[in-house]
Design a protein around this ligand. Structure first.
Ligand code: FAD
Length: 367
């Protein structure tokens, strides 16, 4: 079997790797647009605290986090050890007592059937601050040991490298779809046509542009996120847990004294690739409200990513009805770093006729 994957963000990179592992001849094209979501994503992998209760979606989110253990072990085994991945744990807190109580009940219920979440426990404000030193005084927190963070830039690049090691070809090219007599083909920047048994559109927020020439109406739109990176010079942040204050904002830390504060969720943003005063100010304000110790941190950069947001929060993947040889891998929205690697595996299973671990019908593209 031969496959072409358009887009090498979290979804495309994983699909390409998993197909290559199943012996498929893979070609990957990735233009890496400004605002590629995977390049801006925060990197939190912690499904057990989510406020979303939709069963199918939660099952996917939880399975995505479970899959990380296998994925990271496999990549490490192949020599890919620089992934920014660490199970630092997650602190879930809230300034609202009712929300905090509800979060505790939700996390306990989920952790009861998810040993990978670890032994969830309630921390006093002092103990929470010991783990996350810039945290506001007086806040209790639920600690979820299985919570992790990852550098999605490094992880997606590692998945592409491993696909290439298995024989895949990669090209940093802008491509268009062409409907030929023998099915869907891909035209690269030089005008060359590439054919395959399956063309997989993993173009993130740009997928509807890619599909338009074929008349396929695809509902995913860009949802802009502005996310601020700070540095606390000289502070060892490598072991700091992810901080989830039960709002749309959050924080996490990486090894280089870097704290990441996220993020805006700007619907109907289009592809506006600009750091705006309001966007940056709102993220910093929310961050410092929960972590006042960041007030004197240095601003290193503000990243912008366009989340591929569908009409529901569920991903959309599988064969496109009525378009032989065309598949979709999209709609990861705000959870794609957690779900993308697993969703790529599921799609590879579908395309190679294997049984999937979870039902995939709820994610099938519609006409
Ligand atoms: P993308 O990463 O956008 O990749 C699509 C690729 O397709 C791009 O490289 C693009 O250039 C390419 N492409 C498009 N058109 C063409 C073409 N014609 N030819 C060639 N290439 C093309 N998720 C989590 O689980 N945890 C988090 O903490 C988290 N934080 C986030 C914070 C922010 C600020 C943002 C923006 C997102 C966050 N996410 C998070 C969500 C996650 O980053 C995305 O869901 C995921 O990265 C989407 O991956 P993707 O592969 O679908 O799309």
């Amino acid at each position: 079997m031969r496959a072409i994957v358009i887009g090498a963000g979290m979804f495309g990179a994983s699909t390409a790797l998993q197909l290559a592992r199943r012996g498929v001849q893979v070609k990957i094209f990735d233009f890496a647009h400004n605002g590629k979501a995977t390049m801006a994503g925060a990197g939190i992998v912690c499904p057990w605290a989510t406020q979303i209760e939709e069963p199918a979606w939660y099952e996917m989110y939880a399975a995505g986090a479970r899959f990380y253990d296998t994925l990271i072990a496999d990549l490490n085994g192949a020599g890919e050890t620089d992934l920014g991945y660490r199970k630092v744990g997650a602190l879930v807190t809230s300034q609202n007592a009712d929300d905090f109580k509800a979060a505790g009940a939700r996390i306990a219920r989920r952790a009861a059937t998810a040993p990978e979440a670890g032994d969830v426990r309630l921390l006093s404000p002092k103990d929470a601050q010991a783990l996350f030193p810039v945290l506001k005084d007086g806040l209790e927190a639920w600690f979820i040991p299985g919570g992790a963070r990852v550098d999605a830039r490094l992880l997606s690049a590692a998945m592409v490298r491993q696909a290439i090691a298995l024989g895949a070809e990669f090209s940093n090219d802008y491509v268009t779809l062409v409907q030929g007599p023998e099915g869907t083909a891909v035209r690269d920047g030089s005008g060359t046509l590439h054919t395959a048994d399956e063309v997989i559109v993993a173009g993130g927020a740009w997928a509807s542009q890619i599909l338009a020439p074929l008349g396929v109406d695809h509902p995913v739109k860009p949802q802009k996120g502005q996310i601020v990176h700070l540095r606390l010079a000289g502070v060892q942040t490598a072991q700091w847990p992810v901080l989830l204050p039960m709002t749309s904002h959050y924080m996490l830390a990486f090894d280089d004294s870097r704290i990441v504060v996220g993020a805006t969720r700007e619907v109907d943003s289009g592809f506006d690739y600009r750091v705006t005063a309001t966007g940056q100010a709102s993220v910093l304000e929310a961050g410092m409200a929960i972590a006042p110790g960041l007030a004197h941190a240095e601003i290193i950069e503000t990243r912008i990513g366009f989340r591929p947001a569908g009409p529901t929060i569920k991903p959309i993947f599988g064969r496109v009805p009525g378009a032989p040889g065309l598949s979709l891998a999209n709609g990861l929205g705000a959870g794609g770093i957690s779900i993308g690697p697993f969703a790529g595996k599921l799609l590879a299973d579908v395309l190679t006729g294997k049984q999937t671990e979870v039902p995939v019908a709820p994610y099938a593209p519609q006409n």
